[in-house]
Design a protein around this ligand. Sequence first.
Ligand code: ZN
Length: 282
Amino acid sequence: MKIAFNEATTLKNSNLKLDLELCEKYGYDCIEIRLDKLKEYLLDHTAEDLQSFFASSRLKPYAFNALEYINFRDEAGLRQIKEDLIFLCETGRQIGCSTTIVVPSFDVGNYTRKQIQDETVRVLHELSDIARPYGMKLALEFVGYPNCSINTFGQAYETVLAANRDNVGIVLDCFHFHAMNSRLEDLKSADADKIFVFHIDDCEDLPPGALRDHHRLWPGDGAVNLDAILDALKEIGYGEMVSVELFRPAYWDEDAAKVIQTGKIKTEQVVRKHFPSKQPAG
Ligand code: ZN
C-alpha cells in the first residue's frame, strides 16, 4: 500500500512547494494536492515547474482535493465547479494526476435519500462527461456530519453504483466513516475497484453527529477502529494507497517538517501491521 500525504494536514503552516520538498524528503510515495494550494503555487510558478518536479522525484501526485459542494447548486455555482474541473483535468494531464475528489453539499433542505441520489447522479454524469476525455476519475467523498447530504459510506457507495460510470468511484475516509456510524458490512460488501482514494485519520471520542474536522488526530491516537477498517479493506482486496489527512489546528501551529514526518511515521505504524509492503494486495 502506497503512503500518501494530504495537504490539508499542513493547511496553515506550509504551501505546495514546501509540501512537495518535505514529502519527498520524508519518503512518501504520493501527494494529494489541494486546489487552493495549487492555485496559490501557480501565482509564481508554472505547471511546467510542477511537471519537472514530479519527473525528477520519487514522489508522485495521486489526487486533487477537492471540488466542493457539487450537488444542489445554482447555475453559477455549477459553472465554477466545471471550470475548476477543466483546470484540474488540464493540469492533471500535464503532471500525471488522474483523480479528483468531489464533495457533496451541506444543509440542502428536506430531500429524501432518493432525491439526493438522483440529483447527485445527475451532476456526477455531467462532471464525468467532462473528465473522461482527459482520463480523469472522480472520487465522491461523503462527509460524516449530520447536515451533509451524503454522510455514510453506504449512501455514498449506492450513489456511485447508481452513477454507473467507470470514472466515478468513492473516497473512504476513516474519520467520516466513524463519525456517522457507517457500517463495516457495507465496506465489506464493496468492490475494491470502486474505492479510488483512502484517507486515514483518527479522532477524539465524541458521540456520532458531534465530531468535526478539528477533532481529528493522528492515526492510532484516537477512537476510530482503524484495525477493523484495514482488515475489511484487506478482505475485499483493496491495497492501493492510503493518505494521511488531518485538519487539526494544533498541528498547523507546528513546524511543517515535523508534521509531515510525524504523519508518515504514525500512518506506517497503523497500516504496516495489515499491509507490510507497498505492493497492492490481492
Ligand atoms: Zn478525507
